[in-house]
Design a protein around this ligand. Structure first.
Ligand SMILES: Nc1ncnc2c1ncn2[C@@H]1O[C@H](COP(=O)(O)OP(=O)(O)OP(=O)(O)O)[C@@H](O)[C@H]1O
Ligand SMILES: O=P(O)(O)OC[C@H]1O[C@H](OP(=O)(O)OP(=O)(O)O)[C@H](O)[C@@H]1O
Ligand SMILES: [Mg+2]
Length: 286
């Protein structure tokens, strides 16, 4: 039987675009046109389900979806029996407790007896228990930051990224209780065929991610500068060195971490590097 890997991604929201791009950058084509809830890839054995993010861990636990992408916050909150396949590095945010800006705050003990509105009762409950605080958790499913201003709760516990939503609702962050990024979760009992398809996807993701942090560098220099320039480019284990038409000149080619390049650019020029080109790399296969 020709197996197909069922992949659950958020239909629309903070995870959607990066989740879809992840698969597209891996060369997996599919149509995610408006209103579509399911799509089959035209060039890879995969089928996509477009869902609410909160539902994804349950689908993956039941094996209705083979893998899914959610925030770690949702993964921990839903506490489903799934494998943690891979952290993905996007949709980074934190889960924080916030109180009205006009109020003072000394320590977590001040939350004793207070009511806190949140969509994350499990994570918040664990935090309060670990800190020996008893508070009333008021569970609501969205627009949490409005709660103190309408008298629904004394404090909130919600996702923060830039802090803009807290600011515009007159709140200040007082405790960071969880840090999150997107994670790929998987059904624990995949068939060997499906595991094989997943391995192909993971291989492609690694190739794309590796390439993102690195650049292909080409520079020209006089032959006598080669040794010094090699020392300045830590990633340059075995650069390709090609003779130029001009006698005594070479072109050096290598792949380096982008960060190393910026740290050494001035020294490279001082060492005699000229005509430096820094090019993006699309994929890196080892
Ligand atoms: N402002 C933000 N910056 C970065 N990541 C965020 C931000 N807000 C949320 N996230 C992350 O993205 C996930 C999805 O956020 P989103 O706001 O789209 O969820 P939602 O409104 O619950 O969506 P759905 O309609 O699918 O239930 C969150 O669980 C969190 O991991
Ligand atoms: O610190 P900030 O950068 O302001 O981000 C935090 C906000 O982002 C998310 O909501 P989103 O805007 O995704 O809307 P939602 O409430 O509809 O999920 C989250 O629920 C916060 O409200
Ligand atoms: Mg949701």
């Amino acid at each position: 039987m020709n197996e197909v890997l069922r992949i659950a991604v958020q239909k629309s929201g903070r995870l959607s675009e990066d989740s879809l791009n992840l698969f597209k950058e891996c060369g997996i084509k599919f149509d995610n046109g408006a209103g579509k809830l399911k799509a089959t890839s035209s060039n890879f054995p995969a089928e996509f389900l477009f869902l609410r993010d909160d539902d994804i861990p349950g689908y993956v636990e039941d094996g209705v979806a083979d893998i899914g992408i959610v925030g770690q916050n949702v993964h921990v909150e839903t506490s489903k029996h799934v494998n943690e396949v891979k952290l993905l590095g996007f949709s980074k945010c934190r889960l924080s407790i916030a109180i009205p800006r006009s109020e003072t705050y000394g320590s977590v003990k001040e939350l004793e007896g207070k009511s806190i509105a949140t969509s994350y009762p499990v994570i918040l409950g664990n935090f309060l228990k670990d800190n020996g605080v008893t508070a009333h958790i008021h569970e609501i499913s969205g627009s949490v930051e409005i709660a103190p201003s309408i008298g629904l709760a004394d404090a909130v516990c919600d996702i923060v990224s830039s802090g803009g939503t807290l600011l515009s609702n007159g709140l200040k962050e007082v405790e960071v209780i969880f840090r999150s990024e997107a994670i790929m979760i998987g059904y624990p009992n995949l068939s060997p065929e499906k595991q094989n398809i997943l391995n192909q996807i993971l291989f492609r993701i690694d190739s794309v991610q590796r390439a993102k942090n690195r650049k292909y560098v080409v520079l020209n220099t006089k032959q006598e500068n080669i040794a010094l320039i090699r020392q300045l480019l830590p990633g340059m284990k075995a650069p390709s060195i090609l003779p130029l038409a001009d006698e005594g000149w070479v072109s050096m080619h290598s792949v380096i971490e982008e960060q190393d390049f910026w740290q050494n650019i001035e020294k490279l020029r001082d060492a005699g590097a000229e005509g430096i080109l820094v090019l993006p790399i699309e994929k890196m296969i080892f």
